[in-house]
Design a protein around this ligand. Sequence first.
Ligand code: AP5
Length: 223
Amino acid sequence: MSELNLVLLGPPGSGKGTQGERLQEDLRLPYYATGDILRAAVREGTDLGNEAKEYMGRGDLVPDEVMVGLIAERVASAEAADGFILDGFPRTIAQAEALDAKLSELGRGLTAVLLIKVPDDEVIRRLSGRRICPNGHVFHMDFDPPKEEGVCDICGERLEIRDDDKPEVVRHRLGTYHDKTEPLVAYYEERGVLDRVDGQRAPDEVATRINALLATLRREEEL
Ligand code: AP5
């Protein structure tokens, strides 16, 4: 396949980060997770972090113009010439239109948008047990526990609870998803690039399904 330009779409806690990490390893493509980029900026106290902090704490979206600038420069970078994996972007129709415009300016388009489907009650269950490290590696106390409690298996950093995983913020994030992000399902369906994945299965099974979908896309391109 000449290039692989992927978007991971789905509600909070659907497993975008979990699958994104695996895909990044398997495909050796740059992985741009907007939540991770913003959390790093908040930790470093940059202008971006200071602007984003309040929106994130409430479970609201950071303004489109900020997010579009962040991603446009990354998809146009040399490291993304063979493709990229986007997680958490786009999240609004305006962001999706800006991404389309940027890609078409580069003579490119999206290969696939993978919608990871998980119902709201499962989201709430998952986010109450999530732990992350400062480098964005994700665990779950019951479903995907680290080998040593409180320590990241991958980089050895301390695991933390995300500020926006408090139950009232999770409910607000879900509302924001249904209101602002879910319309992207129809947007990408109309453009023929949407593939649905059942996110309620175990992480390994979700990964197997995604790999099967990507293999089909490769075969179709070869025909
Ligand atoms: P972001 O960090 O992108 O949050 P999100 O989209 O709400 O998604 P999450 O990171 O909560 O969940 P996930 O789908 O990655 O699930 P995970 O793999 O961790 O964004 C945070 C904030 O930044 C936003 O609210 C907004 O303010 C701002 N922002 C970001 N992008 C923006 C944009 N484009 N525009 C404007 N604002 C933006 O899994 C969750 C848990 O479940 C983990 O514990 C995991 O171990 C477990 N798990 C995963 N898969 C499974 C499975 N199959 N079975 C059981 N457990 C599983």
